[in-house]
Design a binder for this molecule. Structure first.
Ligand SMILES: Cc1cc2nc3c(=O)[nH]c(=O)nc-3n(C[C@H](O)[C@H](O)[C@H](O)COP(=O)(O)OP(=O)(O)OC[C@H]3O[C@@H](n4cnc5c(N)ncnc54)[C@H](O)[C@@H]3O)c2cc1C
Length: 301
């Protein structure tokens, strides 16, 4: 069934504001994603704590909304978003460490969680080194490097499914390559269970990971990281290089010359420019290798 659009009424805006929410009307989404692309959302709502999240959820039935982390793996449409983009903030950014466990709100930057683990001499989160974004985004998309994923150190995840609050144990979460079965939940917190770094080598693994990233990715221009998932046994970047598309432009968007799986916004790129390149890559890779590339980024309309 199509979700019907309903205007967030003045009473709800007043209630949410009194609970500390920041509500922005007609907010430009290009300000809220690493691609720097996207039109206006009807509402952009920053929710600082569980009380206001629950109030929002109780009153939002029938209204279209989308939970955003820090927008490093998304492409917003030039037409914007008819509904509310929800961003968890405040209390949801807290991090605490107890023994080998780290508890964090889903809006905590994953880099802060990694830093906390290093401070407490804990190992397990090194695969997150240099990955931008929040804990919520990382866990929902099982972020990581080629062979290590963040899901492997999750103990449990706190979520809302509709109005129901749940703690989902790791055993019930299916983590696979850049995917989890948490897609229909609002993740509010994550507990990671790590190991003591007895060899004292976490820091060098982290700096190696960051060095590798700096060498292979063009990090100065706006992007959303890897556009496509690597098909089994292949590197999407290499396939794109082999079809000769590195450096190709569409308007202000360009397939990176350094890393074929990155599209960068060279200035003023529209979502249409990016989508054009995405479709071109898919077509050429299918034609030459008979492989269907799947996007890793979420395209939000
Ligand atoms: C330069 C660059 C390099 C990158 N390198 C890597 C890499 O090496 N490995 C890797 O895995 N990724 C990489 N990425 C992609 C991105 O950083 C990760 O996917 C990151 O984990 C996304 O986090 P986010 O908070 O920005 O999520 P967003 O982009 O905001 O959201 C991503 C998805 O998660 C959902 N989501 C976010 N928070 C919540 C929540 N609290 N509850 C429910 N759903 C939620 C959103 O709805 C959306 O579907 C890179 C991106 C960039 C720009």
């Amino acid at each position: 069934m199509e979700t019907r659009r309903r205007v967030i009424n003045a009473d709800l805006i007043k209630t949410l504001s009194s609970l500390g929410c920041v509500i922005l009307k007609d907010e430009l989404l290009s300000k809220h994603c690493s691609f720097k692309i996207g039109g206006r959302a009807d509402f952009f709502i920053e929710i600082p704590n569980e009380q206001s999240l629950l109030e929002f959820l109780k009153n939002i039935e029938g209204y279209k909304f989308y939970v955003l982390g820090s927008g490093t793996n998304v492409l917003f449409s030039d037409e914007g978003y008819r509904g509310a983009i929800v961003s968890l903030a405040g209390q949801f950014k807290e991090i605490s460490v107890c023994g080998k466990e780290i508890f964090c709100g889903s809006a905590a930057p994953i880099s802060n969680v990694l830093n906390a683990s290093l401070r407490y001499n804990l190992t397990g989160l090194e695969c997150a080194a240099g990955i931008p974004g929040t804990v919520g985004g990382a866990v929902c998309g099982n972020a990581g490097s080629k062979d290590r994923w963040i899901g492997s150190v999750v103990r449990n995840v706190k979520v809302y499914k509709g109005l129901k609050k749940e703690v989902i144990d790791k055993k019930k979460i299916i983590f696979s390559y850049r995917k989890s079965n948490l897609a229909n939940c609002i993740v509010t917190g994550v507990s990671f269970v790590l190991k003591k770094d007895t060899k004292n080598d976490s820091l060098s693994v982290v700096s190696d990971n960051i060095k590798r990233r700096l060498e292979s990715q063009f990090l100065n221009a706006p992007s959303a990281g890897s556009i496509f998932k690597n098909p089994d046994g292949y590197s999407a970047g290499k396939l794109i290089e082999e079809v000769g598309l590195k450096g190709t432009y569409s308007g202000g968007a360009q397939i990176s010359k350094l890393h074929g799986n990155f599209i960068i916004n060279t200035g003023g790129a529209s979502s249409k420019d990016v989508v054009f390149l995405v479709e071109l890559v898919k077509e050429k890779v299918k034609e030459k290798f008979n492989l269907a590339l799947e996007t890793e980024i979420k395209i939000i309309k």
